[in-house]
Design a protein around this ligand. Structure first.
Ligand SMILES: *Cc1c(COP(=O)(O)O)cnc(C)c1O
Length: 236
């Protein structure tokens, strides 16, 4: 097993340095550990290094780990593609969903969220580079969906999430993240005008581009590989 604690220290340092570089408080940036394909033992190692927020892409795999780690004080984030038939389970077991890309999915999550769990935190996923193969709302679609999601009583619209195209230069990474930050600000003005709560989060930055994301205002970086090591190909 790679040295997870050392890896986390190193990632935290990268976040800190980028924050300092642009005069941000590193404390306002959440390091979200992406634990897909990883076992409960690896999650425990990350917990021992101080992490409490974990993200999963695949529902069944996630539920297995949530059960194994029940009783620990952890928060679970769903970041994978979400189909209608999976929303109930996600609404019942997660604290955050970063990958909402249709109003219908948000409405189902709202209807299915058990009241005693409080509001489910939501980010809308934006297909920032208009890639045909990638899920997410197109830039033009985000505003009308945000205005509706903000009104759903069991959800709290927290922000926007994006996964920019791979293989970009550092400048291009920053440009994509800047675009997402500007979109958030623009939508916030409309939310304010409607007397709806504004979005305070930007879920952007992964192992290969977290510096660019922090420089452009990320509040949640989602890091898998640089914490847990290279992933094996997923078993079907
Ligand atoms: C897998 C995944 C990550 C983590 O990517 P790494 O490059 O391993 O850090 C982040 N966000 C999403 C949506 C993912 O699916």
């Amino acid at each position: 097993m790679p040295n997870i604690k050392n890896n986390i220290d190193h990632v935290s340092k990268r976040i800190e340095q980028s924050a300092q570089q642009c005069g941000r408080d590193p404390g306002e940036i959440l390091l979200l550990a992406v634990s897909k394909t990883r076992g409960a033992d690896e999650i425990r190692s990350a917990m021992q290094a101080g992490l409490t927020e974990f993200a999963e892409n695949y529902l069944q795999e996630a539920l297995d780990k949530i059960v194994q780690l029940r009783g620990e004080n952890l928060h679970w984030h769903f970041i994978g593609p979400l189909q209608s038939n999976k929303t109930r389970s996600v609404a019942e077991h997660f604290d955050w969903v970063h990958s909402v890309d249709r109003l219908k999915i948000a409405q189902r999550l709202n209807d299915q969220r058990p009241e005693h769990l409080g509001r489910l935190h939501i980010c809308l996923q934006v297909n920032i580079d208009n890639e045909p193969s990638k899920s997410g709302l197109s830039v033009d679609e985000v505003l009308p969906v945000a205005l509706e999601v903000a009104k759903l009583p069991q959800l709290q619209l927290r922000g926007l999430m994006a996964i920019p195209q791979a293989g970009k230069t550092f400048d291009e990474q920053q440009q994509a993240f800047r675009q997402l930050a500007q979109l958030r600000d623009q939508i916030n003005r409309s939310l304010l005008a409607e007397n709806l709560p504004q979005m305070d989060s930007l879920s952007m930055g992964m192992s290969d581009d977290l510096e660019a994301a922090v420089l452009q205002g990320s509040t949640i970086v989602r890091v898998g590989t640089d914490i847990f090591g290279q992933r094996e190909k997923r078993r079907a």
